[in-house]
Write a protein that binds this ligand. Structure first.
Ligand code: NAP
Length: 256
């Protein structure tokens, strides 16, 4: 898939690992300058160096999307250094497991703050710069969990992922006048460092539940994000696309 992103400046939050790493890599290969934004700088810098070694344009920057000050400083630094922000991939997220009966206020707040409020922070901070782009693009990484499915241990996560979609639709309306589109990708189970942390049993169970035959790859999500970021997708806004290998299709476990 060829999308011309030459000269575009792209921020990928959570770009150091997993799906964000896949997005950063695919977008860099299309000619964009990708800014890999995460808390941990070791992996972010390592990826930037690897991409630079392949003659792609990339840099790493520290951000914690829990803090508006951190997000605003990061975005300002990117705009000053690279002169523009054209595309935001708001992807940073966490998925710790806690059953409802054990849920503390801290558990709830941490997940909602990083996943949902962090998305709002990233958009709010980037919008002044995206308004100046030829066409601004925002891609939010939501999930099937929450908007479509449920999974024990993830009431807080599911709420955060559904919140992102509700937020996205109104953001899309507000930003349409500036030629900025706002869309979401909804991954199913994708092989990432974060998902690995859920353990072998979870991974095997999920792989069996996917009609297309196993977990998705980070590139599966990145190419959907790439299409939504393209000039050609300019009439699509406020929409979401499920990329789950068919996991949400069967009416029962024996249906495929
Ligand atoms: P991952 O492998 O754990 O990577 C998460 C990334 O987010 C890392 O770069 C991490 O870097 C960053 N991050 C976490 N908290 C942050 C914070 N407060 N501020 C800035 N960066 C932060 O996770 P993943 O599986 O790729 O998931 C990425 C996104 O996809 C999440 O939004 C997740 O909900 C969504 N998703 C994943 C799947 C899946 O199957 N993998 C399915 C549906 C949705 P640092 O820790 O260094 O900050």
């Amino acid at each position: 898939m060829k999308v011309d992103l030459a000269g575009k400046v792209v921020i990928v939050t959570g770009g150091s690992k997993g799906i964000g790493k896949g997005i950063a890599t695919v977008f860099a290969k299309q000619g964009a300058h990708v800014v890999i934004a995460a808390r941990g700088q070791e992996l972010a810098s390592k990826l930037a160096t690897e991409l630079q070694a392949l003659d792609y344009s990339a840099s790493a920057i520290a951000v914690d999307v829990e803090s508006y000050e951190s997000v605003e400083n990061m975005v300002r630094e990117v705009a000053i250094t690279y002169g523009a922000i054209d595309i935001l991939c708001s992807n940073a997220g966490i998925f710790p497991s806690v059953k409802l009966e054990d849920m503390t206020t801290e558990n709830w707040d941490q997940v909602l703050n990083i996943n949902a409020r962090g998305t709002m922070f990233a958009l709010k901070a980037c919008v002044p710069y995206l308004k100046q782009a030829d066409f601004g693009r925002i891609i939010i990484t939501s999930s099937i969990t929450g908007p479509v499915t449920g999974y024990a241990g993830w009431t807080h996560y599911a709420a955060s992922k559904a919140a992102q979609l509700g937020f996205m639709r109104t953001a899309a309306l507000e930003l349409a006048q500036y030629n900025i589109t706002v869309n979401a990708v909804m991954p199913g189970n994708i092989a990432t460092e974060g998902l690995d942390g859920l353990g072998e049993e979870y991974l095997l169970k999920m792989a069996k539940a996917i009609p297309l035959g196993g977990l998705g790859s980070v590139e599966d999500i990145a190419y959907a994000a790439l299409f939504l970021s393209s000039k050609e997708a300019g009439f699509i806004t406020g929409q979401s696309i499920i990329i789950d290998g068919g996991q949400t299709l069967p009416e029962d476990a024996e249906a495929f």
